[in-house]
Design a protein around this ligand. Structure first.
Ligand code: AMP
Ligand code: ZN
Length: 472
């Protein structure tokens, strides 16, 4: 179990997570001591991921990094590579399905890597697990939880007493409130598809119910079972997946496994919005990670995504990015110029208050505050040894948060706050030195102020004038 000493409250802290099923924050205890299994619903690969889609990838990457400090973690993030939206994209573009999915799997992984998301341990693809899905569907039919009708297999929602407990929905209300036209082969409106027939031009697999393809929900249940076992510790995804996707996954898995719990902890991130409207492909108000990373450093986007607690809504704007960029300038500014050896780095650990913040249901804003407190301490420190120790702690913290992976010099040379390019800065410094040589101190001071306003610190020394981005 993760335990760290919190100096302020003087108690040992353990990891607490907010579980959607219990509706509250609870201490985290894995099924097997020392080991954790985690499953995150991954992308459906028919176009580029937007930053809303990146939010679960980034926040649960942070959770994975935290868990790996104390546990042997097995983390699976699937790829949905069979889906009606993929089929539609193939019809629209005239490109074969395999070409579309291969292209967007690569793009997704490249884009997430740019945001510091480490690859999961297992990245199962739906199309490679159809056998497992068919087997699970057969089990559900045999146990009386599913029925076949006109080439479809449907989950019989009324057979599962627990249905609705994750999303806190009452089944009778759902049925009474349903206005959806019920497909003739369904016994009840809320029965959902486990298997459906495919026409010859659509992807399909042979099955006891004819050639067809799986429903989306059974994909995750079958892949989680295959790679992580009957009961997994943590199941994560965005809030919009609670219903119907996760409710249905839970129904399928626990019914197939004689009532064994599917996931011990359900974690859901809040929505990312723009102008208070949820970012979504269907609304078209999306910012693609693929585009953003062409001009904005991945760490800036990552920090912006971690600037709010994962459960809270996050409204995205240019200001979100600008403030993240300024924060990174401050962090890089603190460690710039401090030589930290490999040995110093290896000996350093993350400060207790930062860990305690993350152990408190992944409170990333509080963790960032602790990170800044450390940077401030480093800025104030004058003793060389102390500066090295603090900088090493900053790098250890950066490693945990997925930040500070660049060399500070390169960071400031590449993408600092101010609009000034390095060449412009050098030219201004030359002009200032020329003014000083002519004893035109007024001009020299104006130039210094101009540089300061752009976030550039200059230092006059015997070897000439040096400069760096960041203040203080
Ligand atoms: P999708 O490809 O639409 O299935 O989404 C992939 C992941 O992104 C899921 O975990 C969704 O819940 C999540 N997601 C989609 N839109 C948003 C959003 N605007 N904010 C946060 N998470 C989102
Ligand atoms: Zn899923």
């Amino acid at each position: 179990m993760i335990a760290s000493f919190d100096w302020q409250s003087r108690v040992f802290m353990t990891l607490q997570l907010h579980d959607t099923l219990q509706g509250k924050k609870v201490p985290f205890v894995p099924l097997k001591e020392g080991e954790v299994t985690m499953y995150l619903c991954g992308p459906t690969v028919y176009n580029y991921a937007h930053i809303g889609n990146a939010r679960p990838a980034v926040v649960f990457d942070l959770l994975a990094r935290l868990l790996r400090r104390s546990y042997k973690l097995t983390f699976a993030r699937n790829i949905t590579d069979v889906d009606d939206k993929i089929n539609a994209a193939s019809v629209e573009t005239g490109k074969p399905i395999d070409e579309i999915t291969a292209r967007f799997i690569t793009a997704y992984n490249d884009d997430m890597a740019a945001l510091g998301v480490r690859p999961p341990d297992i990245e199962p693809r739906a199309t490679q697990h159809v056998g497992e899905m068919v087997a699970m569907i057969k089990t559900l039919i045999d146990k009386g939880f599913a029925y076949e009708a006109e080439g479809h297999v449907l989950f019989d929602v009324s057979s599962d007493e627990s249905y609705g407990t994750l999303s806190k929905r009452d089944l009778r209300e759902m049925i009474a409130g349903s206005r959806v036209e019920v497909a003739p082969y369904k016994k009840a409106a809320h029965d959902f598809v486990l298997w459906k027939p495919s026409t010859p031009e659509l992807p399909g697999w042979d099955s006891p119910w004819g050639r067809g393809r799986p429903g989306w929900h059974i994909e995750c249940s079958a892949m989680a079972e295959k790679h992580l076992g009957t009961t997994i510790d943590i199941h994560a995804g965005g809030r919009d997946l609670v219903f119907p996707h996760h409710e249905n996954e839970m129904a399928q898995s626990s019914c197939a496994h004689d009532g064994a719990p599917f996931a011990r902890y359900w974690l859901h991130n809040g929505f990312l919005s723009m102008d208070q409207t949820k970012m979504s492909k269907s609304l078209g108000n999306v910012l693609l990670v693929h585009e953003l990373i062409k001009t904005i450093p991945g760490e800036v986007i990552r920090l912006a995504l971690l600037s709010a607690h994962y459960k809270q809504p996050l409204d995205w704007s240019d200001e979100t990015l600008e403030s993240a960029r300024r924060m990174l300038d401050r962090l890089y500014g603190a460690v710039q110029g401090v030589e930290v050896s490999e040995a110093d780095r290896a000996a350093a650990d993350v400060p207790g208050d930062l860990i305690a913040a993350l152990e408190d249901d992944l409170n990333s804003p509080r963790a960032m505050a602790a990170f800044f407190a450390l940077a401030k301490e480093l800025n104030k420190a004058t003793d060389d040894r102390k500066r090295i120790t603090l900088a090493a702690q900053m790098y250890a913290s950066g490693d945990l948060l997925g930040l500070l992976a660049n060399d500070p010099e390169e960071w400031f040379a590449g993408h600092a706050t101010g609009d000034l390019a390095s060449d412009d800065i050098e030219a201004l410094i030359e002009k200032r030195n020329a003014a000083k040589a002519e004893r035109d101190f007024e001009t020299a001071d104006i130039i210094r102020d101009q540089l300061m306003a752009a976030g550039i610190t200059i230092q006059d020394g015997r070897e000439g004038t040096t400069w760096r981005r960041g203040q203080g």
